[in-house]
Design a protein around this ligand. Structure first.
Ligand code: SF4
Length: 402
């Protein structure tokens, strides 16, 4: 039985895909190791006619060792289009390879190629703004074990990104790729991270007019979140990663020493109280700790008024967890179904913001394809549609440059 688009997305995250050398990728987006390294796959769009957005975007693992033995392989050509074939049953799934934007190769006024400032991840722009996450500077390093930021900043991406670099790249992405949302992240910067990012937020809102998301390690002084909201931040995300304290300490030693999980959950709850419903998310990784913990983490996040954003663990090349296995499909399907149900129970308006398709995670929106088609499904679908309609003028206003 063929998989639906969301099931295929999940299975591709779990197995990766082979890229036979004979398949030309001319014009497709190149593999990018920027930020934590999770974009190290091939960006694709899977048709999903029964979803309002019509396509599911994803970044398929292709370089990791588990992808070399994947049952999936890419076939086709730039001229004739592409399909992914599952060699277990020879099912073929048509896919689209989104083109690489021409602005990637353009230089900022400081002569930095724009794709060393930011890259598209799905349909939004991702920029790692701050200096390299301080967890990499400790001896021994305190970095999260799945992350490769310390290897990427300064090599795959520019070590220093000025406000001008960022504004010019945002402009190009908005004008030429229709980007509506820029996601700024920066890892752990002690108590200076939120202050460091504030002038970038201010300049993007004033000079470009994009929705802006901020993903930084939480800080104890919550008034800094008020300041960022006053500057126009549209979205905060907090990377809780794992629920069990023992797993958290093992995989994220820096976060465990400096913050503890309570700070992530408290900051999430605080920001959710400041912002419109659905403007905050809590990120976790599925496939490392036992399944029951992941399901509970989703409930904890949703109970604080935040979106659960669930990343399927990818043993990224160069990370400390490079040799770990990728997780099993059945468990990940269950996780994503649970995520959708948690959003429904808490009336989170998933998919309300315009043109934000994420490729690194299975979005709650995608997971609607896993839900049972009962009365509650249709009531929630209607609520989501109404949320989109009501929010549209608000988002248009927030995307106006000053
Ligand atoms: S906080 Fe962890 S995941 Fe984020 S950049 Fe630092 S080491 Fe990487």
């Amino acid at each position: 039985m063929p998989l639906n688009a969301c099931e295929l997305e999940i299975d591709l995250f779990c197995h990766g895909m082979r890229l036979p050398p004979a398949v030309a990728l001319t014009g497709a987006r190149g593999v990018s190791r920027t930020r934590a390294g999770l974009g190290s796959g091939l960006e694709i769009a899977i048709p999903a006619p029964s979803l309002a957005k019509r396509e599911i975007w994803m970044n398929v693992p292709v370089v990791e060792s588990f992808a070399e033995v994947s049952p999936y392989r890419l076939t086709g050509s730039p001229e004739g289009g592409y399909s992914i074939v599952d060699d277990r049953d020879l099912a073929a799934y048509p896919v689209r390879l989104p083109p690489e934007p021409s602005w990637y190769a353009r230089l900022t006024s400081r002569d930095v190629p724009m794709n060393r400032i930011g890259v598209l991840q799905g349909t939004y722009l991702g920029i790692y703004v701050n200096p390299v996450c301080a967890f990499w500077n400790y001896s021994p390093p305190q970095n999260c074990q799945f992350c490769t930021t310390g290897q990427n900043v300064g090599s795959a991406e520019a070590a220093v990104k000025t406000i001008e670099d960022v504004v010019e790249t945002c402009w190009a992405a908005k004008q030429e790729s229709g980007v509506t949302f820029v996601h700024l992240n920066g890892g752990f910067q002690g108590s200076r991270g939120l202050a460091f990012i504030a002038p970038y937020v201010e300049a993007i809102k004033r000079d470009v007019g994009l929705l802006v998301g901020v993903q930084m390690a939480p800080e104890y002084d919550f008034t800094r979140y008020d300041a960022l909201v006053a500057l126009g931040v549209d979205h905060f995300s907090f990377c809780l990663e794992l629920l069990d304290p023992k797993w958290f300490a093992r995989i994220c030693p820096g976060k465990a020493h400096m913050h503890g999980q309570g700070l992530y959950l408290d900051a999430m709850k605080y920001c959710a109280s400041l912002m419109p419903h659905g403007a905050v998310s809590g990120e976790i990784i599925a496939g490392i700790e036992p399944l029951e913990n992941t399901l509970k983490a989703i409930d904890e996040i949703a109970a604080r008024g935040a979106f659960p954003t669930v990343c399927i663990f990818r043993p990224t090349i160069g990370s400390d967890m490079e040799q770990w296995p990728s997780p099993p499909y059945d468990e990940m399907r269950r996780v994503m179904q649970h995520m959708y149900e948690a959003c429904r129970r808490h009336w989170l308006p998933i998919g309300a913001a315009p043109n934000i398709e994420v490729s690194l995670v299975v979005s709650p929106d995608d997971a609607a394809l896993l839900a049972e088609r009962d009365a509650s499904f249709y009531v929630y679908a209607t609520y989501r549609w109404l949320s989109r309609v009501v929010a549209a003028p608000v988002f248009r206003r927030r995307m106006r440059a000053a």
